[in-house]
Design a protein around this ligand. Structure first.
Ligand code: EPZ
Length: 416
């Protein structure tokens, strides 16, 4: 099991490129299922989750060719419209195959994703929307058995904002008969990126990126090319790495417009930030000021950046209050930060983080993707050596993170 060993103290500086977005790549690969002709994706990140999704689709009969950051999915023949438990349990995003399979094949057998480290994460809204579109759904032995001769357009008002729920229903609706309206839709940039790809494939999606998405169903979709948007969470994480070390970086292949809430908080913490068309520059103060934040659906502060900001607050001047409103158990990084000497008090969904002058390196354990990133950030400034264990969590969502951080001057190495 790989681990990362970090020698704290280096001030990060230099330039690094941001990879394609994991949370856009995963639904986009599933969108390929909707057409009998090839979908070519560019700027595909090299991530464990992308490899898992590719394996899942290949087991269904999809032919996938990968050449560097380019991937072509040929879904002409889907032999087995199913996502078995052994795949789904390693990656919840497998649920994104349900809508496309049902729309394209008229049937699907997808395992219920269990809970995960950060919360129960039910998929009731996904199922509610598909039922509204006329799907017959049965759950037997932990597997969703779905059938629909042809889905019908419907008006769907989700009880809460769900990113993959919006994406699943949007994809299913592209081949439904009539118009579907999704109200209370997620506004994340990844939803808009998926809609752009679906429209390139011949779908009629409008309003993506707002809370009302309209989809006029068509008979079939066709071949298309699509370039995946930059990963705004990787970009935010790299900006935090520069911020926590008092450094100065320039991120290329980035989309500053997707990070307004994160950039606002980094400026409140004392960083100078300049956005260019496809780049972001940050210069950090010697010591950050603590910031308070509350996670919320886009365009609010992203829950996927909460752990990273807890690391910033752990060594900042002052006290920050962090409120996690999206997931019920997304503070597991706190006790690991406490092993490094952080002063954090958790009370329900609120964490009070009192900045300390210095963290002490230690062995810590990653528990989920963004918690891993938080511990790496803390290791960059902790005094002495920090070892982050179980970094397979990190590899799910960050491409070659130690190489990118080394490129910026971090003293970090992977130990097999
Ligand atoms: C997506 O997960 C992201 N994953 C997550 O990123 C991200 O944290 C999350 O959105 C919130 O922004 C992908 O896009 C692949 P939700 P998703 O459905 O879609 C509840 C990462 O680190 N809910 O928006 O699963 C749910 O329990 C990952 O890259 C229901 O109750 O999140 C949660 O409390 C982690 N019923 C809240 O809504 C449902 O049917 C938001 O979940 C669906 C969701």
């Amino acid at each position: 099991m790989d681990r990362l060993v970090i020698e704290g103290g280096a001030r990060l500086s230099g330039e690094v490129a941001v990879s394609g977005a994991k949370n856009a790549a995963l639904p986009l690969m599933c969108a390929g299922l909707l057409a009998g002709e090839p979908l070519a994706l560019a700027n595909v990140p090299r991530l464990q989750d992308v490899a898992t999704m590719a394996r899942l689709l290949a087991e269904m009969g999809v032919r996938i060719e990968r050449d560097g950051s380019r991937m072509v999915l040929d879904c002409a023949a889907i032999e087995r419209p199913e996502a078995p438990y052994e795949r789904v349990k390693t990656m919840r995003a497998s649920i994104l195959t349900l809508g496309p399979l049902l729309a394209r094949c008229g049937e699907a057998r997808v395992s219920l994703p269990g809970g995960c480290a950060i919360g129960a994460r039910p998929i009731d809204q996904h199922l509610k929307g598909l039922l509204a579109m006329g799907a017959e759904l049965r759950v037997e032995h932990g597997t969703i058995q779905a059938r629909a001769r042809r889905l019908r357009g419907a008006r769907i008002l989700t009880d809460l904002v769900t990113v993959t729920g919006t994406e699943n229903l949007m994809m299913a609706a592209t081949l439904a008969e009539g118009e579907t309206v999704i109200e209370n839709a997620a506004r994340e940039p990844e939803v808009a990126d998926l809609a752009a790809c679906l429209n390139a494939m011949g779908a009629h999606v409008s309003g993506a990126g707002t809370d009302v998405v309209r989809i006029r169903g068509v008979e079939r979709l066709h071949a298309a090319e699509h370039r995946i948007m930059p990963d705004r969470i990787e970009a935010g994480t790299l900006l935090c790495a520069a911020a926590i070390t008092g450094g100065e970086v320039r991120l290329t292949a980035a989309a500053p417009g997707d990070l307004d809430a994160v950039i606002d908080k980094l400026m409140d913490a004392g960083c100078e930030i300049a956005g260019e068309r496809h780049a972001i520059r940050l210069r950090a103060p010697a010591r950050l000021a603590a910031v308070s934040l509350r996670t919320a659906p886009y365009p609010g502060f992203p829950t996927d950046m909460q752990a990273q900001f807890m690391a910033l607050d752990a060594v900042a001047e002052g006290t920050g209050v962090v409120r996690e409103t999206i997931f019920e158990n997304r503070y597991m990084h706190a006790q690991e930060l406490q092993r490094l000497g952080a002063d954090i008090r958790i009370d329900g969904n609120t964490a009070v983080v009192r900045g300390v002058a210095r963290l002490q390196g230690a062995v810590v354990m990653a528990t989920d993707l963004r918690a891993s990133a938080c511990l790496v950030l803390a290791g960059l400034v902790a005094h002495g050596e920090t070892t982050v264990d179980r970094i397979y969590h990190l590899d799910r969502g960050y491409e070659r993170v130690e190489e990118k951080l080394s490129q910026l001057g971090a003293r970090i190495r992977r130990v097999h």
